[in-house]
Design a protein. Structure first.
Length: 171
């Protein structure tokens, strides 16, 4: 609730993972920065964590494992796990990906969404606000150069008290 982003500060939640699977099913591919890609790979690439993961987390693990991934990184030499590196000009590369036929891209992370917002490449935003004050971690869109006006498109409350709010650009 304090705007800090730290995946370790939230409690895993069955409803949130189910919602994340629904989001993954609405996209053709995922667009991650290096940090998010490496975090997701460590947590969900088989056999990572399978023995400690609750059964309700398995659909998300299967969905993210199967998803096509694009990774924006200037430091990684290569990626696998159904992933491809995105190099060069971010705006040009993402515009090219967005022009491909299909359902679109789902971007995640902290630094990458800021860069995409600055370039005007995000069509829709979803924020999940957890009922917890983390007190540490980066803040989403810190340093945004200009305001972006949004209008609420949907709101979904989870049993945990978390709220997912989806916004479209106000035109």
């Amino acid at each position: 609730m304090d705007g800090c982003c730290d995946h370790r500060a939230i409690t895993p939640d069955e409803d949130l993972h189910r919602h994340a699977v629904e989001n993954l099913e609405q996209a053709d591919a995922l667009l991650f920065g290096r940090v998010t890609y490496e975090m997701m790979e460590a947590a969900f690439r088989p056999p990572a964590g399978t023995e400690m993961r609750p059964d309700w987390m398995q659909p998300f693990a299967r969905a993210i494992h199967a998803a096509k991934k694009y990774v924006v990184s200037s430091t990684l030499g290569r990626v696998d796990w159904n992933a491809e590196l995105v190099r060069g000009d971010l705006g040009t590369a993402v515009q090219q990906l967005k022009r491909q036929p299909g359902k679109g891209l789902l971007a995640g992370g902290v630094k990458l969404p800021l860069a995409l917002a600055e370039l005007g490449l995000i069509d829709e935003y979803e924020f999940v606000v957890h009922p917890r004050l983390a007190g540490h971690g980066p803040t989403l869109f810190a340093g945004l150069s200009k305001p972006i006006d949004l209008k609420l498109a949907s709101r979904l409350e989870f049993g945990s008290g978390a709220v997912a709010m989806r916004y479209e650009l106000r035109r």
